[in-house]
Design a protein around this ligand. Structure first.
Ligand SMILES: *Cc1c(COP(=O)(O)O)cnc(C)c1O
Length: 394
């Protein structure tokens, strides 16, 4: 495709697919097959040795999945993309690829609950250490990097507190030590934030969220440099086997086409709901990256196109009040996950971050009164009115 067709909104629709090679099929065909036939035994030998390009077995590659992998690579401005059966399969494949016993990972303070669980397992089973860092300055990061540090792992916006980390700053410090920076870009999607353009090395996604966007698939994606992803494809992807099914890749390709349109609406709605919610007397604190008085607004302006669709807030009252608020809602659904058409709300302390020990939870800023709202695609006034009537019952 020429330069004119290189724009994001065009690439989400076209990149990685040529209908002429697929009998003119406008939609990407679903290659629901486990294996591929060889014309001769010699061809089988050439395919296995890599002498001849072509598909062999769907754990090693599938044409529908390949289109998705090329598309996410283009959107994240990466050399290569890889697809996995879940966000956690993607995160674990990346971390296992980068580490061995005795190594150390420096992480942002505040992580997805299961990423925290994975790091705990790596420590207990393989003595791979980790530390958490607020990553507020270069000096702070330098003071936490050790000779054994092999990776810096960052989530921004941080789930669920919405703190932001300056990715360019982190990439510069890590670069001084030649340590790769991995970014979980789930909350923003490549439409709002592209970490590789800011100097980071690997992006991971739970494609279950905004990329799929319709609450009907669990999937993960990785994007980064060809050398590292080629290595992953032949080791942690192929031999650990957490690959994406062709049908789920097909669903993600369908979801991706509307990513920019959906995200703009998620952002419009979140901005309006935020503006009403912040004045409600039952709201003690509210955290939204699109808020101009957000302590991290400078970082948002630097690296995010818009504030995203997620708002967290702390209510006045107790843990029980926070739980009751959810029970009072009429159409907003109580559910974990995010980025769907439906507005979803959850209570991190007892749901997504229940696995995190209380002391670490408090350090991450997750109180018992904190709620996380994934603003959906409904009319924003309906979303606000449902929240308002529930808050008024407290
Ligand atoms: C959901 C999520 C994950 C895990 O993804 P799955 O697809 O559920 O395995 C990782 N990171 C973040 C920020 C998430 O929201």
């Amino acid at each position: 495709m020429g330069d004119k067709t290189n724009r994001f909104e065009t690439e989400v629709v076209h990149k990685g697919y040529d209908s002429k090679k697929m009998l003119g099929s406008l939609a990407v065909p679903l290659f629901q097959t486990s294996t591929y036939t060889f014309d001769t035994s010699e061809q089988g030998e050439r395919r296995f040795s890599g002498e001849e390009e072509g598909y062999v077995y769907s754990r090693l590659g599938n044409p529908t999945v390949t289109v998705l992998e090329e598309r996410i690579a283009a959107l994240e401005k990466a050399e290569r993309g890889l697809a996995f059966s879940s966000g956690m399969a993607a995160v674990s494949a990346v971390l296992v690829s980068l580490t061995k016993t005795g190594d150390h990972i420096l992480c942002s303070q505040g992580l997805y609950g299961c990423t925290f669980g994975l790091l705990t397992m790596l420590k207990e089973k393989y003595k791979i250490q980790h530390d958490f860092s607020a990553m507020e300055s270069k000096e702070q990061i330098r003071s936490q990097i050790r000779p054994e540090t092999v990776a810096v792992y960052v989530e921004t916006p941080i789930n669920p507190t919405m703190k932001l980390i300056d990715l360019q700053m982190v990439a510069e410090v890590a670069g001084e030590y030649d340590i790769p920076v991995i970014v979980d870009n789930t909350f923003s999607s490549p439409y709002l934030q592209r970490p590789l353009e800011l100097g980071c090395d690997v992006v991971v996604h739970s494609a279950t969220k905004y990329i799929g966007g319709h609450g009907d698939v669990i999937a993960g994606l990785v994007a980064g440099k060809k050398e590292f992803l080629d290595h992953m494809a032949m080791t942690t992807q192929k031999d650990m086997g957490g690959i994406l099914s062709p049908f789920d890749a097909w669903l993600l390709l369908r979801g991706l086409k509307t990513l920019p349109i959906r995200l703009d609406r998620h952002c419009d709605n979140a901005e309006k709901v935020f503006a009403s919610l912040k004045h409600h007397p039952k709201i003690r604190h509210i955290y939204y990256p699109g808020d101009e008085s957000h302590p991290y607004h400078r970082i948002k302006e630097k690296q995010m196109k818009r504030g995203g669709g997620l708002i967290s807030f702390e209510i006045e009252g107790t843990k029980e009040d926070a739980q009751q608020l959810l029970n009072h809602l009429e159409f907003i659904q109580i559910a974990v996950s995010l980025g769907d058409a439906e507005t979803l709300i959850q209570h991190p302390a007892t749901m997504t971050h229940a696995v995190v020990p209380e002391a670490s939870r408090k350090e991450m800023g997750i109180s018992d009164q904190l709620l996380r709202l994934s603003v959906g695609l409904e009319h924003w006034e309906d979303i606000w009115e449902d929240l308002e009537q529930a808050l008024n019952q407290l």
